[in-house]
Ligand binder design. Structure first.
Ligand code: HEM
Length: 465
């Protein structure tokens, strides 16, 4: 057994030997495991790319890249690459049952994506924008009614957690037609956020010690994973989703034009609907809240930009480019405000909401890619992960001050070709091609609207001063 094991290790080492990486990473998972157990995995991934090259080795069968071209190539619509088993191990929430994100069989994935894409678009989901507006109004109402400081009395206020309430309420309302009531009750309903944070830590821990695949065995899964019978947490929210879905399935879907009705019309059954609803909660709430939080953090800590955005927002209202209070800016109006767009773009670049590996599997037989003018062979079956942080901090793309928050970089660049590369690189935040985020338009709509409304003096800004 030992000889077979050693032969297997040596073969594995030689397959990817032409890629450099941290010491020992060609033989063991130790480097990757310890990086996962630390707090700054995104920085460790970036360091590897900075030190060992555009494609580096981080494990016996694992590579990582910061090349926009390679990442786009792997996810392109007709690419022979597939999602690596990491997706199934990390994102399967029901034993033995996949959702759009965890599905590694490309045939099934693309069929499911076709069924779901219309529900994510405005065409079959006419209630989308109004739904987002309702919850932004609730956030503003919550701030104004409960958290206004006065000269006599200061009220402390955690904007970060309220933005998570907002994102969760929006995603529940978009996906299930009703929110959990986080903003209404000003609380983490069913302790979902707390339970998600615990679940993510647990997932990373099991991933680091190499037990994530064993966790997928149905009896172990049932032991550790949340259950719909739980009184609180993630499992309780799963039960909420099922109850809502079953109630909706008893109604006529033709009379509604929301996401759930669209999914039903395109053939999704009860279990698939529950799985996709849970995926939406995970994929669409923390990500969007993080994008708003990081953009606001950088705005609040950069007085020059802060003042400039406030002036731009107030001018938009004064010039009739955005509605006066209590109206909420429309998606179309937000898209026409260049400085708002630039601030959000830069906020998401400097602190990307998702920095996970999103590994893709090289097709059997291998593939040859072009990196920095050189052809590089990737052996079949190897996993290639993304170092999002290295991609977005690339000085060749964003200039020598790439690690600074400067929204003007998106407005002052005169070289159109360079600007196009900056945008294309930034687009990777939402993935690419056949794996591109289906929730991208919803997320961007929510982020722009929220930043605008919280920044507008006439509505809530008094609270932050
Ligand atoms: C700032 C917010 C968001 C970011 C940064 C983000 C990022 C991503 C990324 C990087 C992927 C592709 C992963 C890959 O390459 O395999 C993805 C896929 C996905 N996202 Fe998002 N996402 C965001 C918001 C949302 C929202 C709001 C929703 C739901 C309403 C959502 C639903 C999905 C779904 C369903 C997929 C799977 C697409 C597929 O497999 O075909 N995301 N997202």
């Amino acid at each position: 057994a030992l000889v077979v094991y050693l032969a297997y290790k040596v073969k594995g080492y030689y397959r990817l030997r032409h890629f450099k990486g941290p010491p020992g990473s060609g033989w063991l998972e130790l480097w990757h495991s310890s990086a996962m157990l630390g707090d700054n995995l995104h920085l460790r991934y970036k360091d590897v790319c900075d030190k060992y090259g555009t494609i580096a080795r981080i494990g016996p069968n694992d590579l990582i890249t910061c090349s926009r071209e390679v990442l786009s190539h792997m996810s392109a619509v007709r690419s022979p690459y597939t999602r690596a088993s990491w997706f199934a191990m990390a994102f399967r929430f029901q034993p033995g049952r996949d959702n759009l994100f965890s599905e590694t069989n490309e045939e099934i994935h693309s069929r499911r994506r076709q069924q779901m894409a219309p529900g994510y678009s405005g065409k079959e989901n006419l209630e989308l924008e109004g739904g987002v507006d309702t919850y932004i109004e609730k956030l503003i109402y919550l701030i104004r009614s409960k958290y206004l400081s006065t000269p006599e009395h200061a009220v402390s206020f955690d904007l970060g957690i309220k933005l998570q309430y907002l994102a969760l309420d929006v995603i529940n309302s978009v996906g299930l037609g009703d929110s959990l009531g986080n903003l209404d009750n000003d609380t983490d309903e069913y302790a979902y956020i707390q339970s998600l944070e615990e679940g993510v830590h647990m997932g990373i821990f099991f991933s680091a010690i190499g037990l994530l695949s064993i966790m997928q065995a149905p009896w172990i899964f049932r032991l550790f994973a949340p259950s719909e019978k739980d009184g609180m947490g993630f499992g309780r929210v799963m039960r909420h989703a099922r109850t809502r879905i079953e109630a909706r399935l008893r109604q006529d879907t033709e009379t509604r034009s929301d996401m759930l009705a669209s999914f039903v019309r395109h053939g999704l059954g009860t279990e698939e609907l529950v799985g996709e609803a849970i995926l939406q909660l995970i994929a669409g709430s923390d990500t969007t809240a993080t994008a708003i939080r990081s953009t606001m953090l950088y705005l609040l800590t950069h007085p020059r930009v802060y003042a400039k955005l406030q002036a731009a927002v107030d001018a938009a209202v004064a010039e009739g480019k955005a509605p006066p209070a209590p109206g909420i800016i429309s998606d179309a109006e937000a898209k026409s405000l260049p400085y708002l767009q630039a601030c959000v773009k830069e906020g998401m670049r400097i602190h990307p909401p998702t920095t996970g590996p999103f590994s893709k599997r090289v097709p059997d037989g291998g593939d040859t890619v072009m990196v920095a003018g050189k052809l590089v062979f990737l052996p079949g079956g190897a996993n290639v992960s993304s170092s999002a942080y290295a991609v977005l901090m690339n000085k060749d793309v964003y200039g020598q001050d790439a690690d600074e928050f400067r929204p003007e970089r998106w407005l002052l660049e005169k070289n159109e070709e360079k600007l196009a590369v900056m945008h294309r690189t930034h687009d990777l935040i939402f993935g690419y091609g056949r794996y591109q985020c289906l929730g991208k338009p919803i997320a961007l709509m929510e982020i722009h609207k929220t930043v605008f409304e919280v920044w507008c003096s006439a509505r809530t800004f008094l609270v932050l001063t």
